[in-house]
Unconditional design. Sequence first.
Length: 441
Amino acid sequence: MTRIDEAATMRKVYGRLMPLLFAMMFFNYLDRINIGFAALDMNNDMGFSPAVFGFAGSIFFVGYMLLEVPSNLLLHRVGARRWIARILLTWGAVAAATAFVFNDTSFYVLRFLLGVMEAGFLPGVAVYLTKWFPERYRARAVGGYIIAGSFSAVLGGPISTSLMTYANGVLGLHGWQWMFILEGVPAMLLGLLTLRIMTERPADAAWLSDDEKRWLESTLAAEREALGGHTHVSFLRVAGDIRVWSLACLFGCALVGIYGLFLWLPQIVKSLGHLSNIEVGFLSAAPPLLGVLGTFLISRSSDRSGDRKKHLAFVYGASAIAIAGSAYAPNPVIAYALLCVTGLFIYAGNPLFWSLASSFRTGAAGAATIALINTIAQFGGLVGPWSIGLVRRATGNFSLALLTIAAFLVIATIIALVMRATPPEEGTSSALANGDAATGS
């Protein structure tokens, strides 16, 4: 085989795959969080209390959890291209249909269905990347599309609140209704585009040379072999691996903060002063914008050092300190600044989590492992939005709710420090130990 430029090959792969995955992730995250902006008007128009809104934000994750593992196993069976396209088409349709909720129950049903239709997307893309990126490139690859969630939160505020303001009354619909429709349709269009241009694996890539295909396939095959790529691993064995449970509990605690904070962020920001919806939209953009910077810097540092654990502990520990400070800041300016610091760090753990989760196993066992980890972790999505709604209703402010988030982030920090991510010795299931993991630690 002719000697190839490894770095140039990976740049070609990155440049080909990342724009499409970035766009998918952008609208995926936007369709999750846009109810936070809709709530600025929708809650009043529909008579939704904080508890109703919080429960609707959380019930999404019930549907998500129920279908996560089956969806990822089907992706492995039918192929990433077709299954991801199906996810995009159906979640986009449900997201747009949210414009027509008419009472509490219809709101709950559509948010539940959105979780059902979206189930398997994030872990499915993580599995897809294992077919394209060797381990030493993977955190940056994961960061390349995960960071789209931050951009979605950055641009989602101005876009959503502008649609709500300027489309209000068009064809007799409220502005928040137009927002749901116009932000759901792009996901369906991306589903059709995925069927047309997505490449399943390197061997199928007409845009790579034969030598580049062979190098990439052989490199990835060697990594799969090192992880026991030809060894059958039952689902019960996957479920019995305590690494799965420790990583899932870590990320679940982090998701309490990620979803609890950012679904409520527009209302938290609005509580800091007398602000218009558009002002809230732009101010809500700063924390995730800083999250883009944090994700880039932390992912690069993690790939260079080979460490995942200490980086995870750092970002969640720093987030806990910042959000706790925001809860009892002496004035709104300092409170808002600390929310921005929280945004800088809290998003940066996502690519580290997905890189670590995808390094445990390969093939069908890898798909099941990633899906199970993500399914268990979604308890954070259940706890975060609903608990903030309940505490907000009980106390009349967000201070205690933010402290609750900080407590969960502290737990995530502790788990990151003590867990071990390398495979246990054959016949054992212990994955909690002192010391770092040698690979993907």
